[in-house]
Design a protein around this ligand. Structure first.
Ligand code: ADP
Ligand code: MG
Length: 361
């Protein structure tokens, strides 16, 4: 296969899907650019349009309007089986009556590869996935993790330009899921293909991705690296969906003063117009006795409702004066004296906060 077929640059413009004439759009005029070789994750809650978007890229679902281009070619002209995409979908299981070898060889047979070449490719890919020696087993003689490895092997054996994955690890237990996440990440590094991965699991998205596109109600709400989205989530929805956030909905009195309840906090001021909600990540918050907050930190009174040991850190849950709840995650040593029922000051350095847009109607 030539180099060109390995390039997987995808441009999505004004893409929309309405399943029925009276339905809300499942995907609502989204724009997304996916660089060749990038690992991008479509992250969002159930029903936000991730699978519909992936199915339009794959060609299983016809867009209502908009375009998807692969390396400058409009995919509207390209039928599903000619798109040459690898796929690992929730409902795209292994063939139960075929051996591991035949499952993985299937895409190569469809492409009429010579027998010798096929044996070599399948052997290499099975070795890469630690499945050597299992060629003649049937899927029901494999563990769940091994079955998913076979599905991955089958999806990449023909050197596709793009690999599409829809919650491929969703059915696995936590430990197995984590070990397969590491394999998927290694696979991406080794193969250099464009990966488009769908999940509703923010930790999985953070672990795997070069870029995350956060979906909300059929729209792409924000796109960025895991670090960008975490530190500067942009919207209240993203702040809450990607990690936890303490949310203080107050107002800017002037560019350097934020008013929340009767507290005045020093801020650097938001860079985007309309950003009026102040958010602070729990690991930036510390809990102090009423007198001992460090000079210059912003703070609010709080009542501790719970303290839980999470292993590496302790989590302190609190209620704030407006009745809202929040939390601080801090080193166990620092949290050891905090007791439920106690009145404290929750505080953070002024640089630790971010500003986001309020929830859109
Ligand atoms: P996600 O993968 O993020 O959970 P989906 O793309 O599956 O979201 O669904 C987005 C919206 O489209 C949901 O409201 C869902 O009910 C609707 N939807 C999905 N598939 C169909 C379909 N085949 N027919 C009608 N509505 C659908
Ligand atoms: Mg889905």
């Amino acid at each position: 296969m030539g180099n060109e077929s390995r390039t997987g640059h995808i441009e999505i413009r004004k893409l929309r899907k309405r399943y029925g004439p009276h339905d809300e759009p499942a995907v609502d005029d989204i724009d997304l650019t996916i660089e060749s070789g990038e690992f991008i994750t479509l992250l969002g809650p159930s029903g936000s349009g991730k699978t519909t978007t992936l199915n339009m890229i794959a060609g299983f679902v016809q867009p209502t309007s908009g375009t998807i281009r692969l390396n400058d070619r409009d995919l509207a002209e390209v039928p599903t089986h000619k798109r040459n995409f690898g796929m690992v979908f929730q409902n795209y299981a292994l063939f139960p009556h075929m051996t591991v070898f035949d499952n993985v060889a299937y895409p190569l047979r469809q492409r009429r590869l010579p027998r010798e070449k096929m044996r070599t490719l399948v052997g290499d890919i099975l070795a890469l996935f630690g499945l050597g020696g299992m060629e003649s087993r049937k899927p029901d003689q494999l563990s769940g993790g091994q079955q998913q490895r076979v599905a991955l092997a089958r999806a990449v054996v023909f050197s596709p330009a793009v690999l599409l994955l829809d919650e491929p690890l969703g059915a696995l237990d936590r430990k197995l899921r984590q070990s397969l996440q590491a394999e998927v990440k290694r696979l991406h590094r080794d193969l250099g293909l464009t990966f488009v991965f769908v999940t509703h699991d923010q930790d999985e998205a953070m672990f795997l991705s070069d870029t995350i596109a956060v979906f909300n109600k059929g729209r792409v709400e924000r796109v960025g690296t895991p670090g960008e989205l975490y530190d500067d989530p942009g919207t209240l929805f993203v702040a809450g969906f990607l990690g936890e956030a303490n949310v203080f909905a107050g107002s800017l009195v002037d560019p350097t003063t934020y008013l929340w309840m009767d507290r005045k906090w020093r801020v650097a001021g938001p860079e985007r117009a309309g950003d009026t909600v102040l958010v602070v990540r729990p690991e930036k918050v510390r809990v102090f006795d009423l007198e001992s907050v460090p000079e210059g930190w912003n703070s609010t009174p709080a009542v501790v409702t719970d303290r839980s040991h999470l292993g590496a850190v302790c989590k302190v849950d609190m209620t704030f004066p407006d009745g809202s709840t929040g939390s601080a995650t801090m080193p166990t040593d620092a949290a050891v004296t905090v007791r439920p029922g106690e009145s404290v000051l929750a505080a953070w350095e002024p640089g630790a906060q971010a500003f986001v847009l309020p929830e859109q109607a």
